[in-house]
Design a protein around this ligand. Structure first.
Ligand SMILES: C[S@@+](CC[C@H](N)C(=O)[O-])C[C@H]1O[C@@H](n2cnc3c(N)ncnc32)[C@H](O)[C@@H]1O
Length: 248
């Protein structure tokens, strides 16, 4: 993608690179009924790792933080410096498309706002292979939160994210891929705004000035701004759903 460095510059300055917050991460983790005392967790597409750090605080486990952008992993490790859980986070620069771990390696796999890079269904398949028997998978995924979203929204996602479906259809896919759904909940609007769109809009004002005259950079920033504007108008119709499931 031309100008991807501007995207990274923007995202690295934010608390996280997608919707979410620590409260939702905790709620999802606490809905896992039983897991080993020191679970081995894979966090796919961890970004700068807000959820990785939260998991390290609450899980007593080791977390492999996997992303294919070194800048995010560096930011994550800076944020963990001198924390008591620093040693429990293992940064891994690797594409989720090339994960070469042995089958049945992980107790828990986590992925907030990232599994879609593999395609939701393919991602479930791959996680199923990498999870130990009866292991857990927790993911957030973009969904329609109503049964009949307006045409404007359907057209928008037709090009932005054609794999978007309603919650029931995603649950069907989860069952098809041999998981039992344990629980699911929709992220609140605050999880989109507080750690993501609000700091992004602030950062965009700074970057638009910094890159005045740079058409590539400005087009990328404009696309992010439009996405935030679209969310503000149509957030009643779509959102992120947290799905917590267990391998059958
Ligand atoms: C929307 S961000 C979510 C980041 C983080 N989980 C969060 O919620 O803040 C998606 C992340 O997936 C990473 N990513 C994209 N394609 C990837 C790939 N093929 N392999 C590994 N990570 C990838 C990006 O670098 C980015 O950090």
């Amino acid at each position: 993608m031309e100008g991807i460095e501007y995207l990274y510059e923007l995202c690295e300055a934010l608390p996280r690179s997608g919707p979410g917050d620590n409260e939702c991460t905790r709620r999802a983790f606490n809905s896992i009924p039983r897991h080993s005392k020191h679970p081995f967790i894979l966090d796919i597409g961890c970004g700068q790792g807000m959820q990785t750090i939260e998991l390290a605080k609450i899980s007593n486990g080791k977390i492999m933080a996997l992303d294919n952008h070194q800048g995010f992993l560096d930011t994550l490790m800076d944020r963990t410096k001198n924390e008591e859980f620093e040693e429990n986070i293992i940064p891994q620069n690797m594409s989720m498309l090339d994960m070469n771990f042995e089958e049945k390696t992980f107790d828990i796999i986590w992925s907030e706002g990232a599994l879609y890079f593999m395609g939701f269904q393919n991602g479930l398949k791959r996680c199923h292979q990498l999870l130990k028997d009866k292991g857990y998978l927790a993911v957030t995924e973009l969904v329609y939160t109503v049964s009949n979203p307006p045409n404007t929204v359907v057209e928008y996602f037709g090009s932005e994210y054609p794999d978007i479906k309603n919650i029931e259809e995603k649950i069907e896919t989860i069952k098809k891929e041999e998981f039992n759904l344990i629980s699911n909940f929709t992220l609140p609007e605050s999880a989109w705004l507080n750690n993501y769109y609000l700091p992004m809009e602030k950062e965009l004002r700074r970057l638009n000035k910094k890159y005045q005259g740079n058409e590539v950079a400005l087009a990328i920033f404009e696309a992010f701004k439009s996405e935030a504007d679209f969310y503000r108008k149509f957030s009643n119709f779509y959102g992120y759903e947290f799905f917590i499931m267990q391998k059958k």
